[in-house]
Design a protein around this ligand. Structure first.
Ligand SMILES: [Zn+2]
Ligand SMILES: [Zn+2]
Length: 973
């Protein structure tokens, strides 16, 4: 007969988890958990790959755990949940790491180092860092196929990407054009606005705010149009001034100044505050439109549209500046749009490193931000500066190198998002967002405001754009597969990075000129957006699997991805298939440091993740993170560790101790798993109210957990665990102690059943501890891991809601009774005559529940006073008048307790019969033994109780009872 394995009184959870990891690995439990499910019941989850830039932080661990709990749950529900890790390998973050390592400062350094060498270094870096993640992924209990991880730098992945590019190109959704975008001058590349939005890359920055004079002739007089700018470096590229044709403009003179100035009427007061000025004339903006003016700089010959006053859309506002706007097409979204609309010349006066080109001879080669003071000085010397201020404003910076970004026009490739918008909004309707507000909030608004997506980058570590152009006739060929490139060029292709494609040229089919690849690479966000196809090398392989699993059932990432990864995936799937590509999306909030600031090594405001996991274990971290409001998109400060420790104490240890209690007593009574396993639930009707109550609690717990998980309300599910284990331990087990001590098989069966069923439901949240318990409780015939089991079936007819409700009332009465006892200073062992409960008739309890109240409170009588008008709430009155009999009874209980302590201290077998000796000169003590002696004897398993002193006892004590004393000794014979 096999008993249960003994259970540690002081469990070392991290150590146990280490063993469980080994067990899973040796028995390939993860692999089995997938393979045992039917291929036709696929549940698809997309792993939004992290950038490989160092060790994982709490944000990575948070989503990683969410990416585990949901797949584990659906696996138990019978789904086949493929889980493959992904690595985001390309793009600036990695390039920057490698640049730092090699001491390369800008693009020129990279070209000198050699593009081929640079790409090789990036690859090496990715391989080194990725191996360092495995420890973390394992120890948070995340099951994922790490060894077959997809990597965006793999040939297969990149081939799918160029396929996506070609599909979109052929549909006319990709165009090349001059557009302004945010641009990093150090990295030499455009940055998309969603990359900035993702990590909120704005800083407070101080810039000059200057008011500049633009000379013009107005009614045969020379006057100055005043325009305000915070980017003096754009003045050499000025092409137009813009006014609001619906506003009034005034001509003013200033005392002591010969010149006259034009300014918007609404702006006069604030721009000229402190000046003694006089308005001498007034015009409408409309009257100014079409007027020519002299620009301060003339480095580029104007066309016939340049240097005129225009009115354009909403470009002018009356909240700042002068009401006259200086416009430099090429350096600002709207400026460039306006330039195109009005036929102005668009300026390319700044090179890729942010320096003025040769035409701007005064400052050629000077970095634009450094040119600002030089230009201001030049304006002042030429009497073209009206006034100079500084402004502090929020300014975007590069999320990798922290260089302030500029708006810069360049010839780039775009996905035409405007044409897709209707579809993007419509298919968003089919997505379940958790929390829901993202659906119509941030995501929808992001789509509505989205500019066209600039997908070309002038960088190196990325998929090369598969476009060849004829230098002679301009013919363009787009390749969508390796085979196509090979057929076009007659050359073997085994690398789609620049160093694999740049040298590939072929003859133009139209003019026999030379076709060369364009120099751009693809935005790495396009790789992330194409992940559903590329991770499976679709459509070159896995067509059938892809069809079965698209759109995905579930994705999860932090809020920053709402306008980033979620958005780009949505754009690509709508562009390809007119549909959304994920059905359920969970958006987590951001984990901040313990002090509410961004987590940062230099602030020291978060505990080291590895140390935390080693100290508390993976389950504890899972409980802490998954029960947190951060899982519902809220911002949360990281704990120093106390809150993780609290999860160990209030959940893990409570569950553990209940389990340990069960095993300890089941072994004492030699009850085996086989014996206890056949709980016949049909007979439950004849079981005690407490038994039926705990079974109701069990199935409510499983039902509610399941419902919350199916709604992707992860904290809603995980937060059910603590009250459940607490009810089990502090109510069911505690109230049933006598039955367990007496070896009552029915009670053991119930507890065994409740433990086994509940750990099934807890398993997705706490995969380690539940496995540990399961291994000891399971039958040999049952699956070798809890994670190979099915989700427990909810027995609805075993849920007695009325009983649950009544038990709630019992617990309220008991709680109030105990606190009344505490206030009166009467300990629980002292019986009391009566408690009066004032309540509504629905709250009245009787039968077993009434006995429960009496027993728990150690009270002889419970009297209900029903109050029909009472809505809710219960009041009690405790009668603390003690008769002599009750006092004797209380003393008897004290004596029983003291003898049981002696038994325990002596280390007697639980079933050993003992002898008890006692001496007292108090007549009341003698009364206690004469009235309650039999009961005392039964309770402490005494063979004999003697009123005498024995010299050699095993253990002795003097018990103080009210005003009297009694000496007691125990021995075995
Ligand atoms: Zn940068
Ligand atoms: Zn040609």
């Amino acid at each position: 007969m096999l008993l249960f394995g003994s259970v540690d009184a002081k469990p070392d959870f991290p150590k146990q988890e280490e063993q469980t990891l080994k067990y899973w690995e040796q028995n390939k439990v993860f692999e089995k958990s997938i393979e045992q499910r039917d291929e036709d019941s696929a549940y698809t989850f997309y792993d939004g790959p992290p950038f490989i830039t160092g060790y994982p932080h709490y944000g990575n661990l948070l989503v990683s755990i969410a990416k585990d709990i949901v797949p584990r749950f659906f696996t138990m529900k019978g789904k086949r949940v493929r889980r493959v890790w992904g690595w985001d390998c390309h793009g600036l973050p990695i390039e920057n790491k490698v640049e730092v390592k090699l001491g390369l400062k800008n693009r020129r350094d990279i070209t000198d180092f050699g593009i081929n060498n640079f790409i090789g270094e990036c690859q090496k870096y990715v391989e080194k860092v990725s191996s360092e993640w495995k420890w973390y992924v394992d120890h948070i209990g995340r099951w994922v196929d790490f060894s077959n991880a997809y990597r965006t730098m793999d040939l297969d992945y990149m081939e799918s990407l160029i396929w996506v590019f070609k599909q979109l190109y052929d549909k006319g959704l990709i165009y090349k054009g001059v557009r302004t975008s945010l641009y990093c001058t150090r990295c030499g590349t455009p940055i998309s606005n969603f990359e900035i939005a993702m990590d909120n890359c704005y800083k407070e920055m101080e810039d000059p705010g200057i008011t500049v004079k633009f000379k013009t002739q107005l009614q045969d007089k020379e006057v100055n149009l005043l325009a305000w700018t915070t980017t003096p470096w754009t003045l050499p590229s000025n092409r137009a001034l813009v006014v609001d044709n619906k506003e009034n403009y005034v001509l003013v003179t200033i005392s002591g100044d010969q010149e006259q100035y034009v300014i918007a009427e609404k702006r006069v007061e604030s721009v000229l505050s402190g000046y003694d000025y006089k308005v001498v004339d007034i015009f409408t903006g409309k009257e100014l439109v079409g007027l020519g003016y002299q620009s301060p700089y003339n480095y580029f010959p104007p066309n016939d549209k340049d240097y005129k006053i225009y009115t354009y859309q909403e470009m002018v506002n009356m909240d700042e500046g002068t009401g006259i706007v200086h416009s430099a097409p090429g350096f600002g979204d709207i400026d460039t749009e306006m330039g195109k609309d009005l036929g102005l010349s668009i300026m390319f006066s700044v090179d890729e490193e942010g320096k003025f080109v040769g035409e701007v001879d005064k400052w050629a080669g000077v970095y634009v931000k450094e040119a600002d003071p030089l230009i201001i000085r030049d304006l002042r010397e030429r009497n073209l500066l009206f006034r100079e201020d500084t402004v502090v404003h929020r300014y975007p910076y590069c999320y990798r190198c922290e260089t302030p970004l500029i708006h810069r026009a360049q010839d780039s490739w775009f996905i035409n998002v405007q044409d897709l918008k209707k579809k993007l909004l419509k298919s968003n309707e089919s997505i379940n967002w958790v929390p829901e507000h993202f659906k119509y909030g941030r995501f929808k608004k992001g789509v509505e405001l989205a500019p066209d997506w600039c997908i070309s980058r002038t960088r190196y570590w990325a998929t090369a754009m598969p476009v060849w152009e004829c230098g002679n006739c301009g013919k363009r060929v787009v390749a969508g597969s390796i085979k196509e490139i090979e057929e076009l060029s007659g050359q073997r292709v085994n690398n789609l990075h620049r160093n694999g494609l740049d040298h590939i040229t072929f003859e133009c089919s139209q003019c026999r000129g030379e076709m060369k690849r364009v120099s751009e690479v693809l935005d790495c966000w396009m790789e992330s957006g194409s992940m559903p196809y590329a991770e499976r090398h679709y459509p070159f392989e896995n067509k059938e699997e892809f069809d079965k699993s698209f759109p995905a059932d579930f994705i999860v990432e932090y809020t920053g991805q709402v306008r980033a990864w979620f958005y780009v995936m949505h754009v690509v799937s709508n562009a390809l298939y007119n549909t959304h590509c994920f059905k359920n999306v969970v958006v987590t909030g951001v984990m901040k440091g313990t002090d509410g600031r961004k987590m940062s090594k230099s602030y020291g405001n978060y505990p080291d993740p590895r140390v935390t996991i080693e100290k508390y274990g993976g389950d504890a971290l899972r409980l802490y993170l998954m029960s947190s409001p951060v899982m519902m998109g809220r911002e949360v400060n990281m704990t120093h560790g106390e809150e993780i420790e609290a999860k160990v104490k209030t959940v893990s240890l409570i569950l553990w101790n209940s389990y340990r209690y069960f095993v300890t007593y089941a072994n004492i009574f030699k009850l085996t798993a086989e014996q206890l396993n056949n709980l016949v639930v049909d007979q439950l009707g004849s079981f005690s109210a407490l038994d039926r109550w705990v079974i109701s609690q069990l199935y409510r717990f499983i039902r509610d957990f399941e419902k919350a998980m199916e709604e992707y309300n992860i904290p809603g599910a995980v937060n059910l665990i603590q009250p459940f284990v607490n009810n089990l331990s502090t109510w069911y087990i505690r109230r049933s102690r006598d039955r367990f001590l007496a070896g009552e098989e029915a009670a053991f069966k119930i507890l065994h059943h409740v433990l086994k069923q509940s750990i099934l439901a807890i398993a997705p949240a706490m995969p380690f501890l539940t496995e540990e318990i399961y291994q000891n409780l399971r039958l040999d015939s049952e699956p070798e891991s809890i994670h190979l089991c099915d989700w427990p079936k909810v027995e609805d007819d075993l849920i007695d809601e009325e009983l649950v409700q009544k038990m709630e009332t019992v617990r309220v009465i008991v709680e109030q009774g105990h606190s009344a006892r505490r206030e009166a200073g009467v300990k629980v062992r002292q019986p009391l005559p009566k408690i009066t409960v004032i309540c509504h008739k629905d709250d009245q309890v009787d039968g077993e529940l009434l006995e429960l109240v009496k027993d728990e409170l150690n009270i002889k009588e419970v009297q209900f006073e029903l109050d029909g008008d009472r809505d809710a709430g219960i009041e009690i009155a405790l009668d603390i008048r003690m008769s002599d009999n009750l006092i004797l009874e209380g003393m008897a209980r004290d004596i029983i307790r003291a003898i049981q302590d002696l038994r325990k201290n002596t280390g007697y077998q639980r079933s050993a019969k003992i002898e008890v000796y006692w001496i007292s000169d108090s007549s009341r003590v003698r009364d206690v033994f004469s009235v309650h002696g039999t009961e005392i004897g039964e309770r402490v398993l005494a063979r004999r109780i003697s009123n005498e002193r024995k010299e050699k006892v095993d253990q002795e004590t003097t018990i103080k009872l009210q005003d009297e004393e009694v000496w007691v000794g125990v021995c075995l014979d």
